[in-house]
Design a protein around this ligand. Structure first.
Ligand code: LLP
Length: 461
């Protein structure tokens, strides 16, 4: 085995030192036809002398041979490192937002690393509990929790419930009463979700802090103060704090700081012990992008809330999802057709598509694509990577740069698909969902098996 080269990933505290020279460029300064920036790949990514890429000590092309494609591959060490980083930055109570990526193995991993888990539906709650995460380490979210979801949460003894609407205040009152005197749980700790009126710099579909939103209670209109007053008077619950989440894939620390200032000013006079600033830390997806680190996000936000008058003993935490899971994961596809249209463009069709990654279609999200057999190679050819679904909009990478020798049969990797990829996957066109493998220390383990054609019939009666 030739010695593997570590990949430079400057700008990140977990940076592996360059050994034997920087093999991949820095993502912030890399151009579109350069190889993918080192920070787009998981922490344990290593280049072999022949350019082949391994993650967790497992060579990716062979992994695709063994497990088939499309395949979600997660670097377990990377996931663990980001959980620890979140804990170090925010302290106890910081929650992993399971909507980003959830399965039993992921729930266990986040719990083992000391994170709480944010669940926003009965389904996410069910998976987290099935993984053995104790109820008290869960935070129950959702803008329209049903009575059943609230009841399940209460019976599981969830650590926190984040209350989102006046209807929910009433519903929670009714459910806690209906579970009545013989109930087996303590008074649930609740937080009020407020909207600070801040427009985060991100896609409008994932922006949530502004006034015009379905989420939470507006600070500016006085609804947030009313909700606080109502919950303080409710005998069945214990109001412990305030929560806000301004949006996702936020690149500007200034958006978080602005929200933290509004939040801090609202929160400080209430004398409550907990403030949660939500998730939303962005990650680079393509060359030329960069994002604040977990530590910078935390320190600038904490500074803003302190200067807004939030006292020192307050538990201030957050709920990162994407920043934990996104760059830990990548998707391996097999190239099935290459269609060159002279003067127009070249279409490269792979064996997945919008069913395993709807983000490009939903948000116009950009991704890189590369050949894991030649990871560090220049990528002079611009192509459109598309899936196998029956519509023209089924685009995975609208403007992908790839090595000129890309051919039918190649394994094509799309990095940074660890968040909101598998979790938003569908069976459109009755395409079975891919398998998910965790790689670590030279071993791959299937944590979610590939769906079979028979699974597709599982619900039919
Ligand atoms: N907390 C709350 C209350 C949230 O609603 C979310 C995400 C998070 C935390 C975690 O945010 P993160 O750190 O992952 O940005 N499907 C979209 C993202 C939707 C985010 C929904 N809420 C996407 O693929 O970009």
């Amino acid at each position: 085995m030739p010695p593997n080269r570590r990949i430079r990933r400057s700008g990140h505290p977990a940076a592996a030192p360059a050994a034997g020279g920087a093999a991949l460029p820095d993502v912030a300064t890399a151009g579109p036809s350069d190889p993918p920036g080192g920070q787009l790949l998981p922490d344990t990514a290593r280049l072999g002398e022949d350019g082949s890429l391994s993650v967790g000590g497992v060579e990716l092309v062979s992994l695709a041979e063994e497990h088939g494609t499309p395949l979600f591959v997660y670097d377990e060490a990377h996931l663990r490192a980001r959980c620890r980083e979140a804990l170090a930055a925010w302290g106890d109570g910081v929650a992993y937002a399971t909507k980003a990526f959830l399965c039993l193995a992921m729930a266990r991993l986040a719990h083992e690393e000391g994170m709480c888990l944010d669940v926003s539906t009965a389904g996410e709650l069910h998976v987290a509990l099935a993984a053995g995460v104790p109820g008290e380490r869960l935070v129950l979210h959702g803008n329209n929790k049903s009575k059943d979801e609230l009841r399940r949460g209460l019976e599981a003894g969830v650590g926190r419930i984040v209350v989102d609407s006046f209807d929910e205040v009433a519903r929670l009152g009714a459910v806690t009463e209906s579970l009545g005197p013989g109930r087996t749980f303590d008074r649930p700790k609740v937080l009020v979700r407020v909207t600070p009126g801040v427009e985060a710099h991100t896609h409008e579909f994932v922006r949530t802090g502004q006034e015009d939103t379905k989420f939470g209670f507006s600070v500016a209109s006085g609804a947030a103060a009313q909700a606080v007053a109502a919950l303080e008077l409710m005998p069945g619950v214990e109001l412990v704090g305030v929560h806000a989440h301004i949006g996702s894939q936020v690149f500007e620390a200034s958006s978080f700081v602005q929200a933290a200032e509004v939040l801090g000013r609202f929160f400080a006079p209430l004398g409550l012990p907990e403030l949660v600033v939500g998730g939303g830390l962005g990650v680079p997806y393509v060359n030329g992008e960069s994002a604040p680190t977990m530590a910078t996000w935390a320190s600038s936000t904490l500074e803003a809330v302190r200067s807004a008058g939030v006292p020192d003993g307050t538990r201030v935490t957050a709920e990162p999802g994407r920043a934990v899971a996104a760059p830990a994961g990548m998707t391996l596809y097999r190239v099935g057709t290459v269609k060159a249209l002279p003067g127009i463009r070249t279409y490269v069709a792979v064996d997945g598509g919008m069913s395993d990654n709807p983000r490009p279609v939903l948000y116009g999200s950009g991704y890189e694509a590369f050949l894991p057999r030649r990871t560090g190679a220049p990528r002079p050819l611009e192509v459109r990577v598309v899936g196998k679904h029956c519509e023209s909009g089924d685009v995975l990478v609208a403007r992908a740069h790839v090595p000129a020798d890309l051919a039918v049969g190649d394994v094509l990797a799309v990095p940074v698909t660890g968040a909101y990829g598998y979790s938003m996957a569908s069976n459109y066109n009755k395409v079975p969902r891919p398998a998910v493998v965790f790689v670590a220390e030279g071993r791959a383990r299937v944590v979610v098996r590939r769906e079979t054609l028979d699974d597709l019939l599982g619900l039919d009666r």
